[in-house]
Design a protein around this ligand. Structure first.
Ligand code: HEM
Length: 458
């Protein structure tokens, strides 16, 4: 395994990277192919590169040691940056993903108790129920052999799970339209980070008006969920009842009613497409790798014997979990994680000043041959403990790292094997003839043109 010494330390040379005439020309290049840009930097200039784009410059960090430095060890010298701030300025104001400083810390601390292990364990029964409902619906609707699109299906399922487990409500008929709205809002987030100039929200452009309408419809559903939960205040492990209790506490000045909406929206967006995409990519990978598919099905049959998977089964579904991990390696839903330097720092001997952008990429590092043998190959056993030993911590970081590491990681890592096992227990998923799987990074990583599949019963 290669050591993670950045090139400048090895050679003593200044860090290199692409040069642009202006920040706008950098932006155009980056926007046309964000992952391609990150890969070019890694391949042509090494694991730490510096691009020059007057009046500034930015760091492209694909070295595990320095990623750890930025996300974890020196995290308090960085913030999420101006682009994320732009995205977070939605109708209810920014939720946790987009906050920084004291506001972020307070929000994270107040919400953290929902994501302790015991509460997630309680929530997993909703994952089993939603997976059951999905497979029953597929039996009714998709066994005729007609191709259908898997990414949307899995996103709707992930939203169903988020609705039940995080909000304590059954979204019912609202699921599909709400999931489509979330997708539209995420598309808009991609637009906001990929354009140097955007009209402020209050300027009535066609796009802004469409987004206001989409936002208002999403808030309507959220408002319905809040009302439902208030009308039916049975105690539960869910995030929404926790937030309502925080907002109803007169001593809590931070957690207002508005914050319920800001965080509610953020958690639904952050928690549904990411998991939906992982499930869709994992099923597509299994469809293309019959040996792995057979192993997974054998495991599922042995562990479950025809039952629905529950939290208690997750540990025993070892290969199924590895398939999920490998899908997250090859298709990390957050393919690029960015920060902006707050004051001053140094990376690989090079100084950064206030405002310098730093980009890191799970996609690039998780496919770097320095850390992964034959990296393009689907090989779930890479996550067997003996093969994972010795790999640098940040050679694999689909959930980020440090204080801002994904708060929903344990939730997602329970949901993925439960849903995968339920689907594979009943169906054989095949890619529809003539269809390919291609990833496309927008704000999150999505399958380009969707993932079209057919189903057969097992
Ligand atoms: C496969 C599924 C998921 C992946 C790959 C994923 C990935 C990530 C990553 C990479 C970050 C850190 C971003 C950064 O440092 O800039 C993050 C943060 C976050 N995620 Fe996830 N996530 C997933 C599922 C979820 C779920 C299920 C939830 C909610 C239950 C969730 C809620 C959040 C929140 C609220 C944050 C912000 C945390 C903070 O800033 O303190 N995520 N996620």
């Amino acid at each position: 395994m290669a050591t993670a010494i950045p090139r400048s330390v090895e050679t003593g040379e200044a860090l290199r990277g692409p040069r642009y005439t202006t920040i706008l020309s950098w932006f155009r290049d980056f926007r046309s192919d964000p992952i391609g840009f990150m890969e070019r930097c890694r391949n042509e200039y090494g694991p730490v590169a510096v691009y020059r784009a007057p009046p500034g410059r930015g760091f492209v960090v694909n070295d595990p040691t320095w990623i750890q430095h930025v996300l974890e060890t020196n995290a308090d010298h960085y913030w999420k940056g101006r682009m994320m701030k732009r995205v977070g300025n939605g109708a209810a104001g920014p939720g946790m993903v987009f906050l920084d400083g004291e506001e972020w810390k307070t929000s994270r601390n107040q919400i953290k108790p929902v994501f302790v292990r015991s509460r997630i364990t309680e929530m997993t029964r909703h994952m089993s129920d939603a997976a059951d409902e999905l497979t029953r619906r597929w039996e009714r609707e998709h066994l005729g052999g007609e191709p259908f699109e898997l990414f949307r299906e899995m996103s709707i399922t992930a939203l169903d799970i988020a609705g039940r487990a995080l909000f304590g409500v059954d979204l019912g008929e609202r699921k599909a339209p709400f999931s489509d709205l979330m997708t539209q809002l995420l598309d808009h987030s991609a637009y906001l980070v990929n354009h140097a100039f955007v009209w402020p929200r209050w300027v009535p452009t066609k796009r802004n008006r469409a987004m206001l309408r989409a936002g208002a419809r999403a808030f309507e559903t959220l408002g319905w969920a809040v009302e439902e939960r208030r009308r039916n205040p049975t105690p539960g492990p869910d995030l929404l009842s926790h937030m309502i209790a925080l907002a109803d506490d007169p001593a809590n000045e931070f957690f207002t009613e508005r914050r319920i909406y800001a965080e509610g929206m953020t958690f639904l967006v952050a928690g549904h497409e990411t998991t939906g995409a992982t499930l869709a990519f994992a099923l597509a990978l299994l469809a293309q790798h019959p040996e792995a598919e057979t192993r997974l099905v054998e495991e599922v049959d042995r562990v479950l014997g025809g039952r629905t998977a529950t939290r208690e089964d997750v540990k025993a579904l070892e290969f199924t979990r590895r398939v999920g991990s490998e899908a997250l390696r090859l298709y990390p839903p957050a393919p690029i994680i960015g920060r902006e330097c707050l004051d001053e720092d140094e990376i690989a001997g090079e100084p950064l000043r206030d405002g310098t952008a730093v980009l890191t990429s799970p996609w690039v590092v998780q496919r770097d041959p320095a850390y992964w043998d034959d990296p393009e190959r689907f090989d779930p056993d890479r996550f067997a403990p003996e093969r994972a030993a010795g790999r640098p911590r940040y050679a694999y970081f689909p959930f980020g790292g440090g204080p801002r590491r994904c708060i929903g990681e344990a939730f997602a890592l329970a949901e993925i094997p439960i849903v995968l096992a339920s689907v594979m227990q009943r169906f054989r998923v095949r890619l529809a003839p003539g269809r390919r799987v291609e990833a496309r990074p927008l704000f999150t990583l999505r399958p380009h043109g969707g993932i079209w599949v057919t189903l057969a019963p097992r």
